[in-house]
Design a protein. Structure first.
Lengths: 152, 114
């Protein structure tokens, strides 16, 4: 899957940090709001929380792929946050903190548009080699290259 | 009819979340959240007429089963639905399916039948 158009460097954050799940969502959504891909950040974050309450989007190996269908989303969009150090607590019922976050914004009018992307990111999460490359990225450009370079 | 469409929309949302969960998580591992959603799906199905469910399941084998009608347009095929058809759907004289793509429609409640 070619992510080059979906993931500009401005949507990737290294040294990512936030003190709560809500703030993680807010920080991840910020570049999408700045690019006018999300029209109402409060509604979108509410939709993310609601989706998260159904089934967690946290995977093994400290990766989370929060996503939500929302009327506040104009088109399919992706942003990435990579945390340094021990990682951030994403789901309090799971002991493992998260170091990599992929936020997917899904427009309500295309509720299945993200499924190939979700599959692609889940495959990336299972590849230790590519995950280590991503975690070793020092700049957003390096991280974006590591993600875009992954072929499932 | 509208209640059936609301239930179908909720059912589809639950099924999509279960599909996402199947991509993200190991299906063999026990997951109480997934089991709760599966139970919810069964409960919703129990409240929908068999004929509607059969048609919905057939549609779901190739994609979505139900979409919203917004401003007179089907949200799946994006084609216009005539006011006459919308009125007939709202008054129950016509099934709430898009005349173009055949998907079930959840009609917006902003417009009353003219």
């Amino acid at each position: 899957m070619d992510l080059s158009r979906l993931l500009p460097t401005t949507h990737v954050m290294t040294n990512f940090s936030a003190d709560s799940r809500r703030n993680i969502f807010t920080a991840l959504a910020k570049p999408l709001v700045e690019d006018a891909l999300i029209t109402d950040p409060h509604q979108f974050i509410h939709d993310l929380e609601e989706r998260e309450s159904q089934i967690t989007t946290q995977l093994d190996k400290g990766i989370a792929i929060p996503h939500a269908r929302s009327h506040a989303v104009r088109r399919l969009a992706l942003s990435v946050g990579i945390s340094n150090g021990a990682g951030l607590v994403f789901n309090e019922s799971l002991p493992e903190p998260c170091r990599v976050f992929f936020l997917i914004a899904i427009p309500a009018f295309a509720p299945t548009a993200h499924l190939p992307l979700l599959q692609h990111l889940a495959s990336l999460a299972k590849s230790d080699k590519h995950l280590n490359k991503l975690l070793a990225a020092k700049t957003p450009a390096q991280a974006a290259r590591a993600i875009i370079g992954f072929k499932a | 009819m509208r209640q059936d469409m609301i239930s179908l929309m909720e059912l589809q949302e639950c099924e999509l979340i279960l599909h996402e969960s199947a991509i993200l998580h190991d299906r063999k591992a026990a997951n109480p959240e997934r089991e709760a959603l599966e139970t919810r799906c069964r409960q919703i199905r129990a409240g929908i007429s068999l004929e509607t469910l059969r048609r919905y399941d057939k549609l779901r084998t190739v994609g979505l089963g139900i979409v919203r009608e917004v401003n007179g347009f089907c949200n799946a095929c994006r084609l216009n639905i005539t006011i006459g058809d919308l009125n007939r759907m709202r008054t129950g004289k016509m099934t709430t399916e898009c005349p173009n793509c055949g998907l079930f429609l959840l009609l917006s409640d902003s417009n009353k039948p003219a």
